[in-house]
Design a protein around this ligand. Structure first.
Ligand code: NAD
Length: 432
């Protein structure tokens, strides 16, 4: 089977490489020729654990090109994995997806199954099918299938090779059979349904997880006020299998390229149908506030950042990725800069991307020690392993004033107590 994948971002490239790992011949298409040149040289343009090794190991089954016509013309299956970013009004911007649909219509010279992996609002697969069929240049049959992606950045390769489930949304059995064949060596439960249900499974899953995070963050905020400990609370809750212990980590809110936009897009769509999703709206509002929690906490210790040496540990929206989309740092750091802070920052993989936004305003350090040296305050925004395993006694040894504001609850309170620091985290007692 000849497979093409449109888009070589976190979803497209991981999909292409994992399909090649399962012996398929895959042509990955992107409009960005710099990315294509890197991949041809065996270099992954994104940071994702295990991805580059897998790419290099499967080079003989992988092609990378910007020439979409060549890639699509005789493909049996074309995956669409381009971005669906948020528009100003919260709805999904489908211009990239429709752009690929148009290119597919121009290019295909034989029957083919078009598989929509991008997260798209309910009903979009129908529109993609109509668009392709109305613009076809050659007399061929096209079948559109929804196959939403559930990978998480930081564990994308593992999530794809050992998927929790493969969802296939089709309107005719043929496309479903082809997709089952594509995925025959992937050991995962397969859910076959219609296209709209498949599209909804993706949004409902992401929005439910966002809700879980916002719920536990609200409980954490209340714990702080009334003297309960969120870590003990979630431990006690997590044993209940109906609740589960995952996605119960209190912190400074979700970020990334999915939860923020997918909550807003479903909320927008529901409103459009005059059927507001109030729980989803609450999750969005709570998250917006939570992102600023550490800045609000910092007011207890000083009224302005002006002239303060601020250490920032972690820039990305979560560990294991170089992605900054919707990272809490992007709303916190501009406030500090505006207020006159001297910022030093550390992140194991996110610095290059952050430098594109703030080349001169921040001093980027290679070590945590160098970052916290002489700092008046330290903000932890991402729970990298290097931060979690950092020797706590170094904060008091190296900082001017050892105030550690931890947005990800990286340390247990017993260790913090012994470290002679002021340690203010989320949903727990402040150690001073
Ligand atoms: P991304 O922004 O990382 O990558 C998109 C890629 O598509 C870019 O490299 C861009 O250059 C390319 N592109 C744009 N137009 C193109 C065209 N006409 N032909 C070929 N390539 C083109 O996006 P992503 O994070 O991989 O997300 C892709 C989709 O998957 C989105 O709908 C997203 O919501 C969904 N999704 C993302 C994740 C995630 O964790 N990132 C997880 C599940 C689902």
């Amino acid at each position: 089977m000849k497979i093409a994948v449109a888009g070589t971002g976190y979803v497209g490239l991981v999909t292409g490489v994992c399909l090649a790992e399962h012996s398929h011949s895959v042509t990955c298409v992107d409009i960005d020729d710099k990315k294509i040149a890197l991949m041809r040289a065996g270099i992954s343009p994104i940071y994702e654990p295990g991805l580059e090794e897998l790419l290099v190991n499967n080079m003989e089954r992988l092609n990378f090109t910007t020439d979409y016509k060549e890639a699509y013309k005789d493909a049996n299956v074309i995956f669409i994995g381009v971005g669906t970013p948020e528009k100003q009004d919260g709805s999904a911007n489908l211009s990239f997806v429709y752009g690929v649909a148009q290119q597919i219509a121009e290019s295909i010279e034989k029957d083919c199954v078009v598989v929509v992996k991008s997260t798209v609002p309910i009903g979009t697969n129908d529109k993609i099918e109509d668009l392709i069929k109305s613009k076809l240049v050659h007399d061929v049959n096209v079948y559109v299938a929804s196959n939403p992606e559930f990978l998480a950045q930081g564990t994308a390769v593992r999530d794809t090779l050992h998927a929790s489930r493969i969802v296939i949304g089709v309107e005719e059995p043929y496309a479903g059979e082809i997709l089952k064949e594509v995925y025959k060596d992937f050991n995962a439960p397969i859910v076959v349904t219609n296209r709209k249900s498949a599209e909804m499974i993706k949004y409902a899953s992401n929005d439910f997880l966002a809700l879980k995070i916002s719920f536990i963050n609200e409980i954490a905020n209340l714990c702080e006020i009334i003297g309960a400990d969120i870590e003990d609370v979630t431990l006690g809750m997590g044993y209940d299998k109906r609740i589960g212990d995952r996605f119960l980590n209190a912190g400074i809110g979700y970020g990334g390229s999915c939860f923020p936009k997918d909550t807003k897009a479903l909320h927008w769509l529901a409103n459009f149908h005059d059927n507001e999703l109030k729980t989803v709206k609450a999750a969005i509002d709570v998250n917006e506030n939570q992102k600023l929690k550490l800045i609000k906490k910092s007011r207890k210790y000083f009224s302005s950042f002006n002239g303060l040496n601020v250490a920032v540990l972690g820039l990305t929206f979560k560990p294991g990725t170089d992605d900054l989309r919707e990272a809490p740092t992007l709303v916190n750091i501009p406030i500090m800069i505006e207020d006159g802070a001297n910022i030093k920052a550390w992140d194991p993989v996110g610095v290059e991307n952050f430098k594109k936004k703030y080349p001169d305003e921040i001093t980027y350090c290679n070590t945590i020690e160098g970052t916290i040296m002489d700092a008046d305050v330290c903000f932890i925004f991402t729970e990298w392993d290097e931060v979690k395993s950092f020797d706590l006694s170094k904060y008091s040894k190296l900082m001017k004033t050892p105030i550690v504001l931890d947005g990800r609850n990286c340390y247990d309170l017993t260790s913090a107590r012994k470290a002679n620091i002021i340690y203010d985290s989320v949903g727990r007692e402040t150690i001073s």
